[in-house]
Design a binder for this molecule. Structure first.
Ligand code: NAP
Length: 288
């Protein structure tokens, strides 16, 4: 029988642990605080901020919003981020992107201090993923994949993993984070020859392609664990993963659903990172 690796159970466990950490830090006078920086009124950014705020409030994390007008200059945004960098009461900063086109994305995101980069968007955080050094934070979606595997007690070390997709946002970081956990990792992509036979060899499959149902029965083999990162909007408005869920259920031993899998866990990772950022700041203040 195929186990459905539901995100809700992971979220519940993570929220419990984060709440406990938030309580300890709050008692020490350092209540974890997230500042959401938004430029303009893009509907998706407003909705994302609302969702993140709700999740933060569930575990006692304070949320402040810094909203700049759509026509704010690059210098104004940079100055606002620099001000947050030196504000010890702003533990984590979430810079909502995409930014308006007149603002240089690289400059804006790299202005953020890595120890406040709870979304893993700075170059320093990216370097940390690839070197294993404690620089910033891991990007939330790849981290959500690991949280799911860990929550369900799925061994990573020594297992053969095939990651399908090599974007800098999901595929590459998740591959390196699994490598750091001693998996044997193959990264497949659109030019991989005979993709089905490559994927069939895996113990764990991580699909991050962005094509609904492209991973079908011909890619899968009995006993596999499947983490489906894909979020694809179908013509009827419903969501589907990259894996053909119905076919996969016939053969694999465990699979994340879409919706209700990786995407559900991603925001809890963000909130956990805020608490961890506050803990680091508090440790630094106590030491000084
Ligand atoms: P992306 O930048 O478009 O990258 C897609 C990757 O898939 C590329 O590396 C591409 O290969 C590869 N690919 C495309 N067609 C392929 C094929 N036929 N066979 C094998 N590989 C193929 O997408 P992304 O930003 O990584 O996102 C991937 C998916 O994850 C999307 O559905 C996105 O919505 C979802 N996502 C989910 C979350 C979450 O919280 N759950 C967060 C972020 C993204 P090439 O490099 O060769 O072109």
């Amino acid at each position: 029988m195929t186990e459905i690796l539901k995100g809700a159970a992971v979220v519940a466990a993570m929220n419990e642990a984060t709440t406990a950490l938030v309580e300890v830090l709050t008692a020490q006078g350092a209540r974890p605080t997230l500042v959401i920086v938004r430029v303009g009124e893009r509907e998706d950014a407003v909705a994302y901020a609302r969702g993140a705020t709700r999740r933060c409030e569930q575990v006692g994390v304070v949320v402040r919003e810094l909203i700049l007008p759509d026509d704010c200059s690059q210098a104004e945004l940079v100055a606002a981020i620099q001000q947050l960098n030196s504000d010890d009461t702003a533990h984590g900063v979430l810079l909502l992107r995409p930014l308006p086109t007149h603002i240089d994305d690289d400059t804006a995101r790299n202005t953020l201090a890595p120890h406040k980069d709870i979304d893993g968007i700075t170059d320093a955080s990216v370097v940390g993923v690839f070197t294993g050094e404690d620089r910033g934070f891991n990007p939330c979606t790849p981290q959500a994949c690991l949280e799911i595997l860990d929550h369900y007690g799925i061994e990573i070390a020594g297992r053969r993993v095939v990651v399908i997709g090599r974007s800098l946002v999901v595929g590459k970081p998740v591959a390196h984070m699994l490598l750091a956990r001693n998996a044997t990792v193959t990264i497949a992509h659109s030019r991989t020859a005979d993709l089905p036979s490559v994927v069939r060899e895996a113990d764990i499959v991580v699909a991050c392609v962005g094509r609904a149902g492209m991973v079908g029965i011909e890619h899968l083999s009995p006993g596999q664990i499947v983490i489906d990162v894909g979020i694809n909007v179908l013509t009827d408005g419903s969501l589907a993963g990259d894996v053909d869920f119905a076919s996969a259920q016939e053969i694999v031993s465990a699979i994340t659903p879409v919706p209700g899998g990786v995407g559900t866990v991603t925001t809890s990772v963000l909130v956990k990172h805020v608490a961890q950022a506050a803990k680091k700041t508090q440790a630094r203040i106590i030491k000084a």
